[in-house]
Write a protein that binds this ligand. Structure first.
Ligand code: KG4
Ligand code: ZN
Length: 338
């Protein structure tokens, strides 16, 4: 039987990550978060690439150490080719190429969005893998997509955001409210203590399965400006209710589109990925949908939903089995499509 070790490397945004996979199981999953962006209230691309440059060697070394193997035992190097920030992608891409070249082993290019989706195929006790075909909804600070997945490498994007990602809707709303970055987790926490129907924000009207979140952010901004004119303490006095109402609106948008996607495709298996899938309200709404709409939902372990290299390693492993390798002249691609 086979005994395959794959190193996955992820550097598309602000997390430098490396993971070692043995067959379908994860032996290590190391992520270096970049705290520097908190001061700026968002990811600063130039700073992100510099931090990757500093982090990449120690992160890879730690992933190998935690997996208790040496680099000579690796069968292939998988790396994120795109989409993402070009300066960030170049660090991981160049490093992966050099390592594969030096070790005389195959190089495997991975699409980050496929990684988020195929993270569901990491062997993990207590987690069921979705059966084909299924719908994948990837929701994070950088992405909002609904993808029809017919097989590992047979995927079709059937809906995506035309402007901001859903995580940005959380983070930008949080900024208006004076919360820290990223604001998603705090909005989630406060939403539990507030009334979701206290304030009403109209949902954007976008045709079909596409999303739009920039209008919501503007609506919240005007609402807050208006209310604080009348009462300077409006935010402090109503923060939990405001958070609950914003979260309620966002969840409504996501669930409406999912319902439509299920109706259009007839597919009722729904797999969630991306950092926003940590949101407790979204998790509850998905669970409720199982009763109400007959869905089955799949949510992986949290460490596999945010940006990580385990998801890159699993794609690498699946491609390795097919002999689908990259050439040494492969280029990072900021706008790589599924
Ligand atoms: O996947 P991720 O770690 O990084 C990328 O953006 O790719 O996702 C980060 C996003 C941020 O926008 C953050 O505010 C949001 O996920 N987030 C949440 C929660 N936890 C993280 N949003 C809502 N509720 C949460 N509990
Ligand atoms: Zn991501």
């Amino acid at each position: 039987s086979q005994n395959i070790y794959i190193l996955g490397i992820e550097s598309s945004c602000d997390d430098t990550a490396a993971s070692v996979m043995h067959n379908g199981r994860i032996l290590s999953n190391v992520v270096a978060n970049q705290k520097i962006h908190e001061e700026y209230g968002g990811v600063v691309p130039e700073l992100a690439s510099r931090a990757h440059q500093q982090n990449i060697v120690p992160v890879v070394a730690q992933a190998l150490k935690k997996a208790n193997i040496t680099k000579d035992q690796l069968h292939a190097i998988a790396f994120t080719r795109g989409p993402g920030l070009m300066g960030s992608l170049l660090v991981g891409t160049s490093f992966a190429k050099s390592l594969a070249y030096g070790l005389h082993i195959p190089l495997i290019d991975v699409n980050h969005m496929q990684g988020h989706i195929l993270a569901h195929f990491i062997d993990e006790e207590g987690f069921n893998k979705p059966p084909f075909p299924f719908l994948a909804m990837t929701i994070s600070g950088g992405h909002t997509q609904i993808v029809r997945v017919d097989n590992y490498f047979d995927m079709t994007v059937i809906g995506e955001t035309i402007d901001d990602a859903v995580g940005e809707a959380f983070d930008k709303s949080g900024k208006i409210l004076g919360l820290g970055y990223p604001a998603g987790p705090e909005i989630d926490k406060r939403a539990k203590l507030g009334n979701p129907k206290a304030f009403k924000f109209t949902k954007p009207r976008v045709d079909g399965l596409n999303f739009s979140f920039s209008g919501l952010k503007t609506a919240i901004l005007y609402f807050i400006q208006n209310e604080t004119k009348a009462n300077p303490n409006f935010i402090e006095e109503n923060l939990n209710d405001i958070c609950a109402s914003i979260q309620y609106t966002i969840i409504g948008i996501l669930i409406d589109k999912l319902k439509l996607a299920v109706k259009q495709t007839g597919i009722k298996h729904i797999a969630i990925g991306g950092g926003v899938s940590a949101n407790s309200g979204i998790r509850q709404a998905l669970k409720d949908g199982e009763q109400k709409f007959g869905w089955t939902t799949y949510v992986p372990k949290f460490e596999f939903t945010t940006d990580n290299a385990a998801m890159i390693a699993i794609v690498g492993y699946l491609k390795y089995l097919e002999g689908d390798f990259a050439e040494q002249n492969v280029a990072a691609s900021a706008r790589l499509k599924i």
